[in-house]
Write a protein that binds this ligand. Structure first.
Ligand SMILES: [Zn+2]
Length: 272
């Protein structure tokens, strides 16, 4: 298995999905859209594609074809990497299958070549998330200089998307101002103005990221297995409309910790 993806179920799904799309497909999307834009430029130069403005030699096909092919490749490119995501790979409906999946987590983590942490402020509060990272590090050789763990904030997808929209708006505003006969200076000013508004929002995202890092430092410093957040304990192990008590994830985690590490305090000390 190529990678184990660790994420908090309490983070924004859309931000995680956007980040995963960019991390998995952005390279392919860039390559495909650049090639498509170059081909469109060559086709326009050879006269195979019509010009929207007979008075001008500017080609709008490159940007149009490049944008469309980038969006399509980003959404529909299928990476061949094999990854593990708990929400999909562990049964959430059958308690027996869920328990078996959780007990197999050690073997799953051991077989993963690397771990991707989709980090948001709720991640380090969750028992499962920190447990996954500690267990993954435990399964690596102790003499490893740099563990194969990538930590990516889920703000990343949102931020990259904002940058793309800003560049798109700037590019098309400039092109359209040329089509409608505005001066070059007016075109540059309009595109920079629109771009600037979105980059103001991106600066806000950067401030949010810095605040989140400060929160993470506090969360790591005060993390305890006994007090970390777990959904089953939050709802007092009761499922609405079901008399059977919910299986406690904290008990499973603690049993796994004792089985793998010998004792719970040993795992707690691994964070240092
Ligand atoms: Zn519980």
């Amino acid at each position: 298995m190529d990678a184990f993806w660790s994420h908090s179920w309490h983070g924004s799904s859309w931000m995680k999905i956007a980040t995963v799309f960019f991390l998995s497909n952005a390279t392919a999307a860039c390559t495909i859209s650049t090639a498509a834009a170059i081909l469109a430029g060559i086709a326009f130069g050879l006269g195979w594609l019509p010009s929207f403005d007979s008075q001008s030699v500017q080609c709008f096909w490159c940007m149009g074809v490049g944008c469309v092919s980038y969006a399509l490749a980003l959404l529909y490119w299928r990476s061949r990497r094999k990854v593990f995501v708990d929400r999909i790979c562990i049964s959430q409906d059958d308690p027996q299958l869920k328990a078996e999946g959780l007990f197999s987590l050690g073997a799953i983590l051991q077989s993963a070549d690397e771990m991707l942490v989709l980090w948001d402020p709720s991640w380090a509060r969750r028992l499962w998330c920190v447990f996954e990272l500690a267990a993954f590090l435990y399964t690596r050789p102790s003499n490893l200089q740099k563990p194969p763990v990538s930590i990516r904030p889920t703000l990343l997808g949102h931020t990259i998307f904002s940058v793309l929209v800003a560049l798109l708006l700037a590019g098309w505003t400039f092109h359209l101002s040329m089509i409608f006969g505005y001066s070059l200076q007016m075109g540059v000013l309009a595109s920079l103005g629109l771009c600037g508004v979105i980059f103001f929002a991106i600066a806000h995202l950067a401030r949010v990221y810095c605040r989140n890092v400060t929160t993470l430092c506090d969360q790591v410093a005060t993390f305890r297995v006994a007090t970390a957040k777990s959904y089953c304990c939050d709802v007092d192990h009761k499922v609405s409309g079901d008399d059977q008590p919910m299986i406690c994830d904290r008990e499973i985690v603690q049993r796994c910790i004792v089985k793998w590490f010998g004792s719970v305090p040993y795992l707690a000390n691994r964070r240092t």
